[in-house]
Design a binder for this molecule. Structure first.
Ligand SMILES: [Zn+2]
Length: 180
């Protein structure tokens, strides 16, 4: 299966995606694997240049026009690889303490620049079915990993990163937030 990205303001990016039945159907499995393949290929410099694609660390099904609650994530963090192929992820808890990237966020579905801090919870607990581990898992994530998970789960709810940027003061500093 070859995935084709859709871009903001495509209406599918603003829909609430459908819960995916488990065990995964062959069709849904194929979609999820294709999402992961895209993320991995986007990180291969030669491949990305040749195919004119941007590097990504996560991709959710709505970003390829499929309104289902699935997302693939892969990126190196310190000495480990953070990699999940999640189905029906749910955020169980979110810290009051916030975190934002100093560079702001980007998204494979959003071509325009939207400068500003995107404040998210610094720590979250997520429950999901992980296709890679073939079981229901709980993830406790902090900082950058928590940001990526929240960004991807937002895609399943029709939310884009720039929705969070304060229009009157995009780089507003919060007292309970860390900029990383
Ligand atoms: Zn995105």
């Amino acid at each position: 299966m070859k995935v084709k990205l859709i871009f903001d303001p495509h209406p599918v990016l603003r829909q609430r995606a459908a819960v995916v039945p488990l065990p995964l159907s062959k069709e849904d499995e194929t979609i999820l694997l294709a999402l992961m393949k895209y993320v991995k290929q986007s990180q291969n410099k030669e491949y990305a240049e040749k195919h004119h694609i941007r590097e990504g660390i996560g991709l959710a099904a709505p970003q390829v026009g499929i309104s289902k609650r699935m997302t693939a994530i892969s990126f190196p963090l310190e000495d480990r690889l953070v990699e999940y192929a999640l189905v029906n992820p749910v955020i169980l808890s979110s810290s009051v303490k916030k975190v934002a990237l100093h560079s702001g966020e980007g998204c494979l579905s959003v071509n325009e620049d939207h400068p500003g801090y995107v404040y998210r919870s610094n720590k979250i607990m997520v429950k999901a079915f992980d296709y890679l581990q073939q079981k229901e898992i709980q993830i406790t994530a902090y900082g950058f990993e928590a940001i990526v998970l929240q960004h991807e789960i937002d895609h399943l709810n029709g939310v884009l990163f720039y929705d969070y940027i304060a229009k009157d003061d995009p780089f507003k500093e919060l007292t309970n937030a860390e900029i990383i």
